[in-house]
Design a protein around this ligand. Sequence first.
Ligand SMILES: CC(C)(COP(=O)(O)OP(=O)(O)OC[C@H]1O[C@@H](n2cnc3c(N)ncnc32)[C@H](O)[C@@H]1OP(=O)(O)O)[C@@H](O)C(=O)NCCC(=O)NCCS
Length: 399
Amino acid sequence: MSDFSVRPLRSDEDRAATDLFRRALHVKEMTDEEWSAAAGSFQPDRGLGAFDPELIGTVRSFDSEVTLPGGGTMPLAAVSLVGVRADRTRRGVLTALMRAQFEDFAARGIPSAMLHASEGAIYGRFGYGIAARGKSIEIDRNRARFRPEVPAGGQISLLGLESTIEQWPSLFDALPRTRPGMIARSPNLWPGYVREVRRATTPTATAVHRGTDGTDGFVTYTVERAHFGAPTVMKVQSFHYANPDAFAGLWRHLLSVDLVDRITAEKRPLDEPVELLFTDPRHATVQKVQDEGWLRLVDVAAMLDARTYRGEPIVIEVIDPLLEHNSGRYRLSEDGAARTTDPADLELHADTLSMVYLGGWRPSDLATAGRVRTTTETALERADLLFGTRVNPWCGTFF
Ligand SMILES: CC(C)(COP(=O)(O)OP(=O)(O)OC[C@H]1O[C@@H](n2cnc3c(N)ncnc32)[C@H](O)[C@@H]1OP(=O)(O)O)[C@@H](O)C(=O)NCCC(=O)NCCS
């Protein structure tokens, strides 16, 4: 029996909800000035609150769309601002908020949701799985040299802070979202990014790449000048490109900036070949690999049918105790996906399905970890091929 209730937040409750979330993450509440700069950050009617009768927990989302294997897109809810007041945790508040949010997504016909998790143990129970991972890399700028065959790149123009702020949305929107898992950026996202760069103690610069067909990439970065002999580090904040020329040209620019010892870039796509640009690939080292996007298939039938597959058909049995309508068997083939009563070749829970859906994990690896059950070896081979994608999934947008 719960002693709290969940309902949509009114817009005049957004500030209290934001403060609650920030306190849950040990971040100071917003000043009046920060709050007025945050105007436009919230999509109306997408916040939920738990009340007892005070506000004790919150969750939000904004509308987006996600790129799927095969290049199609589907509507997606990008979930953010998840927090429960520290004196009300571990009594089911988040669980109630998640349930209410899924009901809301289903009612609005949103078949998928994505989030970035503060901790890895929170969201699996709600059917979210690590669909995309990212690697953090560090480049020894003083030693790294480009291999001779690396494209020369096109023309670079440097934008200062104000031009960056002005041009960011159009720069991002103009580039193709080539990887499964990439999402559309809602206008509600940009005020938060602007607040961050205005607040930063080091200047933010954006290098824009122009190739033969016009603007085809950009990278945003800051440089932290070191003191007392420590290395000066350039931090790449966002890096998007449409083709190999822009990829190489932008890296050439980053390495050409003076007074920098190391360049770091976090949560890059796992298969992005940065180290292969250099004569000695060890001058670009992977510091860590972490989850980059957690996906939830809210409508499994619709999502399974929306992506493409290669190879021989299989039947999968999906187990989804939280969203029972998803549970059941689905036949996957090059023609798409459909519910079936045929016997299943393999069985997996909703969170595990999320992990294989964008091609980020092979079903056979998940079987090794006990996450996929099958009685036949060939089912795993077929599943690996069916779910496999040409490039690794990546969200590429922080929210
Ligand atoms: C994470 C958070 C939202 C969870 O809220 P909550 O109301 O305590 O969650 P619930 O009570 O509904 O927990 C449901 C289950 O998840 C488990 N769980 C919740 N948070 C967990 C965590 N951080 N680590 C491990 N397990 C967790 C609970 O133990 C519970 O397990 P049970 O069903 O076996 O009893 C809350 O602890 C919080 O606000 N943390 C700080 C801010 C934060 O990390 N927000 C997430 C941003 S992405």
